[in-house]
Design a protein. Structure first.
Length: 459
């Protein structure tokens, strides 16, 4: 790509990224945020993998067991609406660092819970969830604010593939650490990973140009653009960069007339989509044990399913941009196929059927998540993009917090069996297709132009 120069005029930041090439900086940022997201996945999933050990330790059944799984999701729900809007005020980078720090400290307190003292575990995981939500949702907003317009969706979908990496890390921690150091050791390793990872975030990432422009830091923004474009884009001192002028970090801005409809649709889609993931995967180890599979063998099933997620992400990334199908159609196709595979799992009891169903649903379910994680931040202006991701995280946590303990109590009360749980999950995935249908396509649309904010000046 030829060098691009901008001089002596007002330019919207998103327009600049039409000229920015994909450089080494972008891949370094993707790698750092990939592993941050992987750590977050590990943190959320590891109690589910430990549940067959935690329930006898605390002397509880599936009802309280589901509550223990839900603890960080309740905390994350509070953090999504109380903490996440701050990212538009303090920046993406600091938000992720504070999230890792708070999680690492709070989660370590789970190890002091004595047998029978499950409330101690619950409270520690609740507080940990309040902080870790920042590491779940903010990397996507941050990476998209670094990326060129033409490769934004594809590379952000690669970032989402950090989830199966975190799943495999959690499986490895349970498989290798649990037999030697018990569940407490596995949880302490999780905390240590989060705390150590603050260092690469601090040293390898800059704040995004969109955030800097919105904060009035023009010179810093121009320097970062020059840096991430490897000198291919330069902006002289006489050029003023601007972003859409909405009230920074305000949850109320999500309900402006122009944004109200997508805000509600995103809420509904995240509730049903998250139910379609967490309603199944939070209980999957226990479901497999219930079907006669040994605990350690369930980890093999989960690991194979996680590996199957990678080609799902790659296929979704290829189709949405290289084949120009766009976010909406790729996600709809993957959701429909994931629901069908989940329905198949509900009535699978043999080794071959269970394994095939898990592989297929993992491929399509997580491929759809990759597209969804890339699509949502594109729909909102920069000054409230972090707030939007808090709204997204909160919507997901509604299902995350309710589904595990609700399904646990229903199974414990013999209202439904695990087969019924899986059928509900499949239906929720199909419902998600309806909600996303009414959202705007953002393929090759610069950030801040996906939704026009009428009657508002520029900042």
């Amino acid at each position: 790509m030829e060098n691009a120069e901008y001089g002596r005029r007002r330019v919207e930041v998103g327009e600049i990224f039409n000229s920015v090439p994909l450089t080494r900086y972008h891949w370094v940022a993707t790698a750092v945020l990939f592993f941050a997201f992987a750590i977050e996945a590990w943190e959320f999933l590891i109690p589910s993998f430990l549940l067959p050990t935690l329930m006898p330790y605390f002397r509880v059944g599936t009802g309280i067991g589901g509550t223990l799984i839900s603890a960080p999701y309740f905390g994350a729900l509070l953090g999504a609406y109380g903490f996440a809007p701050l990212t538009d005020r303090i920046g993406r980078k600091k938000s992720i660092m504070y999230g890792l720090l708070g999680y690492g400290i709070a989660n370590a307190f789970t190890a002091v819970a004595s047998p029978g003292e499950w409330p101690v575990f619950f409270v520690a995981r609740f507080v940990a969830g309040f902080f870790i939500i920042m590491v779940m949702v903010q990397p996507f907003a941050m990476l998209e604010e670094f990326l060129p317009t033409r490769s934004r969706g594809r590379v952000t979908t690669y970032l989402a593939s950090g989830w199966p990496a975190g799943t495999l890390l959690a499986v490895a921690a349970v498989y290798f650490v649990l037999p030697v150091f018990s569940w407490q050791g596995a949880m302490l390793v999780s905390s240590a990973m989060a705390l150590v990872y603050i260092l690469p975030v601090y040293f390898l990432l800059d704040e995004t140009p969109y955030y800097l422009v919105g904060s009035g830091r023009q010179s810093e923004a121009k320097n970062i653009i020059k840096k991430l474009s490897a000198g291919k884009v330069s902006i002289d001192d006489g050029t003023e960069l601007y972003t859409v002028n909405v009230r920074r970090g305000s949850m109320a801005e999500l309900f402006r007339p122009e944004l109200r409809r997508p805000t509600i649709l995103i809420l509904l889609a995240n509730v049903t989509f998250s139910l379609g993931y967490w309603g199944l995967f939070a209980w999957l180890p226990t479901i497999l044990v219930d079907r006669g599979i040994s605990f350690l063998n369930t980890l093999l099933y989960i690991a194979i399913g996680a590996i199957a997620e990678y080609p799902g992400y790659l296929a979704a990334a290829y189709l949405e941009e290289k084949k120009s199908l766009g976010r909406k159609w790729v996600m709809a196709i993957f959701l429909a196929a994931s629901g069908a595979a989940t329905f198949w799992l509900a009535y699978s009891f043999t080794f071959n059927d269970v394994m095939a169903a898990i592989i297929i649903l993992s491929f399509f379910n997580l491929g759809a998540w990759g597209v969804w994680d890339a699509w949502q931040p594109e729909l909102y202006p920069s000054n409230i993009r972090g707030t939007l991701m808090g709204w997204v995280g909160g919507a997901q946590r509604i299902s995350n917090s309710i589904a595990p303990f609700m399904f646990g109590f229903l199974v414990a009360a013999a209202v439904i069996g695990f087969t019924g749980v899986i059928v509900i999950v499949a239906v929720s995935l199909w419902l998600t297709v309806i909600f996303i249908y009414y959202l705007k396509e953002t393929l090759n649309v610069p950030l801040d132009e996906a939704i026009a904010i009428r009657g508002v000046g520029q900042k």
